[in-house]
Design a protein. Structure first.
Lengths: 254, 110
């Protein structure tokens, strides 16, 4: 138990660190992007060798910062998934492996950037990332959905545990004959129905994510999946609310 | 000397009428002010009085007709866990917006 808790604490610390690293790199990228826009405009306006050289330098820096941003974001996601609840070890290992492969890809790309001799080479190098990013983006959204789904799984299991505990006690109460529990047993079914609806909505969220491979509007699909998870959570809250009423009924005389 | 008496009477008459006029003037002014106060006084904003604290009505979970199981340890334990879950469910973050992917420019061209 202690080592489990220690693991969670360490994982949370790792995520905080990697997230800070990501936000730092993202800020650096935004600054680089501003510089790139200025020098690009200057070059397109004047078409001088000096302007081109400056634009090339700023574009190189931009691409480097972009790679660093993506690497650090993927690293933060990796630490996030490792600290998440409600996911199996295999699921976490699967996502971690995929994220690590992506990080290696961007590291390799970053290392090749200085060898780009011309502005045109840099544009080609950027396009290489643009093509690859399609897969990276899908993975990002899959990991995010897994994190959120994991939370939902965790809390649903907690609610289910209470349903089981209630059922066990209802069997005892029935045996003792201390209270008429017909109404309570019906309410347990209502709570279980809500839990089932919650599971169905979560399933819908996962199915939505499967559409991402064939769509260019990945953000929209992610948002729709997230919405389904929100609905799933609402059903879960209702189920737990029913359990509260149920307990009150058990505590009330016939 | 005989002239002083009528003059005195006239002066007294004048003083009396003056006093009456002054008195009537004040009375009229008072009435006007009263009327103005009645007309415009109601449109005044109410004084800023600090409200007295309203007692919070917290719905109690007190049961009026407790059953045999109102104090049952196992039932109370489940109830406590359900309440805890209830609170935690309200706090769950199902958006994690801080983790949204960065917005990056992939259209680098010259």
């Amino acid at each position: 138990m202690f080592s489990f808790l220690a693991g969670i604490i360490i994982a949370a610390g790792a995520f905080e660190q990697s997230y800070q690293n990501y936000t730092f790199n993202y800020d650096q990228y935004r600054q680089s992007h501003r510089d790139y826009v200025i020098t690009r405009q200057a070059y397109l306006s004047y078409l001088t060798l000096t302007a081109k050289s400056e634009a090339q330098n700023k574009t190189l820096l931009l691409l480097e910062e972009r790679d660093e941003t993506l690497k650090s974001y993927l690293a933060a996601l990796k630490d996030k998934i490792n600290e998440s609840e409600g996911l199996s070890t295999q699921e976490k290992a699967g996502y971690t492996s995929q994220l690590e492969n992506e990080i290696i890809w961007y590291e390799d790309h970053h290392n090749r950037l200085p060898s780009a001799g011309t502005l045109e080479d840099l544009v080609d190098s950027s396009n290489e990332v643009r093509e690859h990013y399609r897969n990276t983006e899908i993975l990002m959204y899959q990991v995010l959905t897994a994190v959120l789904s994991g939370k939902e799984n965790f809390w649903r299991n907690r609610v289910i545990d209470q349903v089981l505990a209630i059922k066990s006690n209802l069997a005892r109460i029935k045996q003792e004959g201390g209270k008429d529990i017909d109404k309570v047993e019906r309410w347990v079914l209502e709570a279980e129905n809500r839990i089932t609806r919650s599971q169905e909505k979560q399933q819908k969220a996962n199915e939505k994510m499967a559409e991402m491979n064939n769509s260019s509007n990945r953000n929209e699909i992610y948002n729709q999946s997230q919405f389904a998870l929100t609905e799933s959570h609402q059903y879960l809250k209702e189920a737990n609310s029913y359990l509260r009423e149920l307990i009150r009924e058990i505590k009330t005389a016939d | 000397m005989k002239l002083k008496q009528p003059i005195k009477k006239i002066i007294a008459k004048l003083e009396r009428s003056l006093l009456i006029k002054i008195g009537l003037g004040f009375a009229a002014l008072f009435v006007i002010l009263l009327v103005l106060a009645l007309i415009f006084g109601s449109k005044r904003k109410p004084a800023n009085v600090a409200p007295t604290p309203t007692p919070k009505v917290i719905p109690t979970e007190e049961i009026s007709r407790p059953s045999l199981y109102a104090t049952d340890a196992a039932i109370l334990e489940i109830e406590s866990r359900i309440k805890d879950i209830d609170q935690k469910l309200q706090e769950v973050d199902l958006k994690e917006t801080a983790l949204n992917p960065p917005v990056l420019d992939f259209e680098i061209k010259f």
